[in-house]
Design a protein around this ligand. Structure first.
Ligand code: ADP
Ligand code: TYD
Length: 200
């Protein structure tokens, strides 16, 4: 089973992913946890380029780089794990591209959808949990993260950008309510976790 987690930066996705992993492992399931962009050598290298503040990256180059990182991950890790019947928990997947590059960067949505189709090879999560948190709260959570570094290239995009991203996620929820589950993220970790487990 393939489960992805979505939300703006600092919403608490990674926290929820690891809480769910613990529950599934305690039940004896075989679980793979991955993050996007990342998880393969190539995808981690692309991640470094995408998040580094060293250079300017145009929005279209950004779209293509996220897509390249994704397709490598799908073919090398997700497809084999699905064939083996494992649980795959993914910190971000294709909805991040729709929300960040489509709504956030305001790229041509047909181009974004085409890239998503190519990159995923048609592999979609069975369920996606969108941890919905307002920009201010997510910012606050990131500031209080111990050892949190300087904001990366994406995190420097500013309030208006992240408000468009959040709107994008809410639009996905409307268009695909069967898969894309909106979870109120303005609560404590345990309440959010309980909702996710109850849904599953
Ligand atoms: P993301 O993966 O979405 O960037 P994280 O899971 O890393 O978010 O959480 C960002 C910060 O907020 C971390 O310091 C985490 O401990 C904290 N956090 C996560 N969930 C909550 C919550 N429900 N309430 C308060 N703080 C939270
Ligand atoms: P990451 O540190 O994983 O995000 P978070 O802090 O939320 O855990 O950084 C990934 C960044 O890349 C994040 O800002 C979201 C962005 N992103 C896109 O813009 N498009 C994508 O397709 C993906 C997968 C991520």
């Amino acid at each position: 089973m393939f489960i992805s987690f979505e939300g703006i930066d600092g919403s608490g996705k990674s926290t929820q992913l690891s809480l769910l992993r613990d529950v599934l492992e305690a039940k004896g399931h075989s679980v793979i946890t991955i993050r996007e962009p990342g998880a393969t050598l190539l995808s981690e290298s692309i991640r470094e380029i995408l998040l580094s503040n060293k250079q300017t990256i145009t929005s279209t180059a950004e779209l293509l780089l996220f897509s390249s990182a994704r397709t490598q991950l799908v073919e090398m890790i997700i497809e084999p794990a699905l064939r083996d019947g494992k649980y795959i928990l993914c910190d971000r997947y294709v909805d991040s591209t729709t929300a960040y590059q489509g709504y956030g960067r305001q790229l041509n949505m047909e181009h974004v959808e085409l890239c998503n189709k190519i990159a995923t090879r048609g592999v979609m999560p069975h369920v996606t949990f969108f941890i919905d948190v307002a920009y201010e709260q997510a910012q606050q959570r990131m500031q209080f993260t111990p050892g949190s570094a300087e904001p990366d290239r994406m995190e420097r995009s500013g309030r208006e950008f992240f408000e468009r991203v959040r709107e994008g996620y809410l639009a996905i929820a409307k268009s695909d309510p069967q898969r894309f589950v909106v979870i109120d993220g303005h609560r404590n970790r345990e309440e959010i976790h309980a909702d996710i487990v109850a849904y599953l």
